[in-house]
Design a protein around this ligand. Structure first.
Ligand code: NAD
Length: 259
């Protein structure tokens, strides 16, 4: 379905981004991988995707740095011509009450989880408009729709990216470019593992107990969303069936937002 097209997924060396990269590669898209990690592990990701018959490049741009983002988009365009599918996924978390929230963590979360999507989107847009086809998929969060305590920067950034999604969707409404947000609930990735570890330590819980405690608080299904399910949703948003899905904030959250 995406043969000959190019997908750039920020933060695709791990977790949700990697799940989406696999799903898009499975549909034939060439892949630009981004994110941090050991060179050998990143090579393994590239080799795995290449076995699906697609081309890949890796660019290690730090998504908090506009200049590096610009270099990454140029590298993608010089390798593949243009970016057809942009998935803004890179993200970090920090949990602390507002009065002790470290200022540098606030700045980093806003830069990586929100501003990076402004930069990638503005940079890929001219070629998407020219081609009259494009898909921008912003990995927001259920925290783009509702809040939790002690996550001020994350919630602000995720609400921000849902707003950015709507603006870009309106600006492109009469074109073949669509822009939507995906809003996952809990997904068991390294980002959430950190929160599980601190919950286990605080509550003197084993791994299973910490997972149950985390899920029971917010996620009625009591099951994690998987990167594969998020990959399948991203693929759907690339199909013609989704041509008129525009400016949506699509929650996939085990019922979290329904409460
Ligand atoms: P993860 O930690 O497994 O992956 C994060 C990815 O972003 C990694 O590839 C990492 O290298 C990359 N990254 C981090 N900082 C970066 C930077 N400065 N520049 C470039 N890349 C950087 O986390 P994940 O859970 O897969 O999260 C992916 C996205 O999904 C995030 O935006 C997160 O907020 C969102 N999300 C996660 C969950 C969840 O429960 N895991 C729920 C909702 C939304």
């Amino acid at each position: 379905m995406l043969k000959g097209k190019t997908a750039l997924i920020t933060g695709s060396t791990s977790g949700i981004g990697l799940g989406i990269a696999r799903a898009l590669a499975n549909e034939g898209a060439n892949i630009v991988i981004n994110g941090f990690g050991a060179p050998a592990a990143i090579k393994r990701v590239e080799s795995e995707l290449q076995t699906l018959g697609v081309r890949t490049i890796y660019h290690g741009a730090d998504m908090s740095k506009p200049d590096a983002i610009e270099q990454m988009i140029h590298a993608a365009e010089s390798e593949f011509g243009r970016v057809d599918v942009l998935v803004n996924n890179a993200g970090i978390q920090h949990v602390a009450p507002i009065e002790s929230f470290p200022v540098d963590r606030w700045d980093a979360i806003i830069a990586i989880n929100l501003s990076s999507a402004f930069h990638t989107t503005r940079l890929v847009m001219p070629k998407m408009r020219q081609a009259n086809w494009g898909r921008i998929i912003n990995v927001a969060s259920v925290h783009g729709l509702v809040a939790s305590a002690d996550k001020s920067a994350y919630v602000a950034a995720k609400h921000g990216i849902v707003g950015l999604t709507k603006s870009v969707a309106l600006e492109t409404a009469r074109t073949g470019v669509t822009c939507n947000a995906i809003c996952p609930g809990w997904v068991l990735t390294p980002l959430v593992q950190q929160q599980l570890d601190s919950r286990a330590e605080r509550g003197k819980l084993d791994a299973e107990g910490a997972q149950q405690a985390l899920l029971s608080e917010k996620q009625p299904s009591m099951q994690f969303v998987t990167p594969e399910q998020l990959g399948a949703l991203a693929v759907f948003l690339c199909t013609p069936a989704a041509d008129q899905v525009r400016g949506a904030a699509w929650n996939i959250d085990g019922g979290w937002y329904a409460q």
